[in-house]
Design a protein around this ligand. Sequence first.
Ligand code: CA
Length: 231
Amino acid sequence: MNPRIMVVEDEEPLAILLRYNLEAEGYEVETIDRGDDAELRLYEQVPDLLVLDWMLPGLSGIELCRRLRLRPETERLPIIMLTARGEESERVRGLTTGADDYVVKPFSVPELMARIKAMLRRASPEVISAVLKAGDIELDREAHRAYRNGRELKLGPTEFRLLEFFMRSPGRVFSREQLLDGVWGRDIYVDERTVDVHVGRLRKAVNRGRERDPIRTVRGAGYALDDKFVN
Ligand code: CA
């Protein structure tokens, strides 16, 4: 499961160029060409980083940025704003509106890639680190293995991805729909009950004897990696 980056850009050639380069770096990329569509999508799924164009149809990048900062789910989402040359004063506005960084068009792609990497490393080391830890559970992304108290957990590929997904955002409650979207992918049709089945399998694989269940069922909402377990 690679870091997920959303690119909101209405200039199609630029969106394609960014997608190509980001995918080559190993990121999962989603491109959206309207500000209002991006806002709706961000209600469903929050990426690890947002590349946001300033001028967009539907809703401007700056207004979207402002709104995102008001929502707890996205108040700390790393945002890189793309601005056109000559918008110097607007750039300042961009930063005060809550973007973490800005890049002036036309920009060098390698420089943007470097900034994205640096920002991810700073903002969410758990997204790019090879080993994730939560309580007595350790997940090694490179070796594709997970351990609890040193014993290796026997996880199917879906359970592994599910555990990784939870461990990336400890304490956060995910709806079944968000889990389907994040773990199975949004283009695959799977019944929401499938989530329950796989969470059940994950629990069975992770918990032995009197070990504490790291996964919390939140009635009417979904599942979370229990933050009491993490600390
Ligand atoms: Ca634009």
